[in-house]
Design a protein around this ligand. Structure first.
Ligand code: ZN
Length: 314
């Protein structure tokens, strides 16, 4: 007599031949994972409308050719600025082929193609490719891109193995400078970049203990030992701290910590590395606090001046 399963496909036959419920559950789970993965590939599918190649970058883009070309130029300026800043202590490795970038024309397009990255991410560096959109509505359309491009330089050119606070610190430092005539004004913030647009809202009391207790200040040891904040945590506060520590160590105290900071980059940035190359954490933390407070005051003055000049124009 013919078996009821004779005309079924091999996969279905295999399913009915499984003996236990747990084997069947496992197979259903595997099929669901494969289907989910296939749907994700279909959903994230993207193809560029053109490709721009510069000396160090290959940019696949769905943005206009003019804006893609402008993005390529500014990335080359970043490469030069980054290399000349770090070169005294850090060996820059020649790249075998141009570094990869994807430039999306809109934020929604970026989000669709990067559904698995953290919800608050506006750009991401993953699988040796920078993914970002060109922010045509912003005064500074490049800052998300420059942030990720700095992570790329940290990993692919300087070959640094950094703790998060230094990796993010460098990315924030290089992506938030004012740019005048294609030149980076190192140390001079552009308040229309992230996270600088939050700086004027930081209102420190001048009392270290009080500001630590209220969460306005994250002590350096905590910052060094922390991973990436989760959505819902005070993400902007972490980014401001990461930026301000690199800004302080490169620009503060009349450049006293610049050389030790570059050495710190080659070591990685643990608490031990900091004490060995820069000095005692609690002593230097107080200098940083004053520097950070001064930067927040400057940001407020800048904002006030911008409001007043907008008022005069009306
Ligand atoms: Zn980052």
């Amino acid at each position: 007599m013919e078996s009821p399963h004779t005309h079924l496909s091999p996969l279905v036959k295999r399913f009915f031949s499984l003996k236990t419920a747990s084997e069947k559950r496992l197979l259903v789970l595997l099929v669901a994972i494969v289907c989910g993965w296939a749907y994700l590939q279909y959903y994230q599918h993207w193809s560029p409308s053109h490709v721009e190649t510069t000396e160090h970058y290959r940019i696949e883009s769905s943005e206009s050719p003019e804006n893609t070309q402008a993005a390529g130029k500014i990335c080359e300026r970043l490469y030069e600025t980054y290399a000349s800043t770090l070169a005294p202590a850090v060996n820059m490795q020649p790249i075998r082929r141009p570094m990869k970038m994807r430039l999306y024309s809109e934020r929604d397009e970026f989000k669709r193609c990067n559904v698995l990255v953290r919800g608050y991410a506006e750009a991401v560096y993953r699988n040796k490719t920078c993914h970002q959109y060109y922010d045509t509505k912003a005064d500074n359309p490049y800052h998300w891109m420059l942030h990720e491009a700095t992570h790329q330089l940290n990993h692919e050119v300087a070959k640094l193995n950094l703790k998060l606070w230094l990796d993010e610190g460098l990315a924030c430092y290089f992506s938030t400078n004012a740019i005048v005539d294609q030149k980076f004004q190192l140390g001079t913030p552009d308040y229309k970049t992230y996270p600088m647009w939050w700086l004027s809202f930081v209102n420190l009391t001048g009392d270290w203990q009080k500001d630590v207790a209220t969460g306005k200040i994250i002590p350096l040891e905590t910052l060094i030992q922390s991973g990436a904040p989760n959505p819902g945590e005070d993400v902007n506060n972490y980014y401001l701290h990461w930026w301000s520590w690199t800004h302080f160590l490169l620009q503060g105290e009349e450049g006293k910590y610049r050389e030790p900071y570059l050495q710190l980059l080659t070591k990685g940035g643990s608490i031990g590395d900091f004490e060995e190359t820069i000095g005692n954490i609690s002593a230097i933390e107080r200098q940083w606090y004053l520097h950070y407070q001064k930067q927040t005051q400057k940001a407020r003055q800048h904002q006030l001046a911008a409001i007043q000049s907008a008022g005069k124009r009306e």
